[in-house]
Design a protein around this ligand. Sequence first.
Ligand code: PBG
Length: 317
Amino acid sequence: MAFPSTRLRRLRSSDALRALVRETRLELDDLVMPLFACPGEGVVRPLEGLDGIAQRSVDELVREAAALHSLGVRAVLLFGIPEEKDEEGSGAWEHDGIVQRALRALRAEAPGLTLATDVCLCEYTSHGHCGVLRDGEVANDETLELLARTAVSHVEAGADVVAPSDMMDGRVGAIREALPDTPIVSYAAKYASAFYGPFREVAESAPAFGDRRGYQMDPTNVREALRECALDLDEGADVLMVKPALPYLDVIRAVRDRFDCPLAAYNVSGEYAMVKAAAAAGHLDERSAALESLVAIKRAGADIVFTYWAKDVARWL
Ligand code: PBG
């Protein structure tokens, strides 16, 4: 049945009709807001052009988390910027490390807010790589024990969920063995991406030499992403993640079609920065572009979106 009897515009004629036939919905329940904890007191250090992303001392972080929670944001992802870095990244698992202190404060001051932590060494190592170095290479198996130790210290300090982002082989299994009851969101298909640029400035985690292509995935590959996902599920992951999101919508769709577990996508700092910059220059409307981006990520198949827009979405919806 073709034109003129079929007219798809009929169902677009009012807001109520468009809402009735809407296939994809964005809800606050789907979103996780990343937060960065740093030493000090009364510190809020934003990056130019990236409001919404800032380093915050624990007192300020608690204030921000409480504000997020009262706006209806239900989950945050914590990163830490430590006072000192060393070769092994020992600040990652210290009892009084920056993330551990933030977790204890948040647990007390923002009960009911789901606390997820990023488990990685790159913010804590002096060389900025995501694992320990042996002969100039990131040593996979030696790093596993340190990641598991880090995840355990997060849970002891109050984390509800741990999210390993290092891309070492076998890290989900190592963490699962140490933490049989903790949900693991695995950054399963994490690509070596140019879109992490602003994050590395906020997290002070750019590698001092070389790059991350020896452990993060090559942007050209999708079958390999499915293998990463299958392995992580076998090792005990509860949720898979694809990262970045917008340049990898096809990967999100492929993972969604292959696996039945919950699927997350990380709308990363560079994706956010591009829209911020274009909006600041007057080229597009931030709110519309952000909501369209987030819906696209959900339409591709993600259930959960990690996004710096979570707070704004809470105001917009
Ligand atoms: C840590 C980590 C990174 C991001 C999340 N966890 C940076 C990286 O791998 O270099 C990026 C997040 C973003 O860009 O918003 N390994």
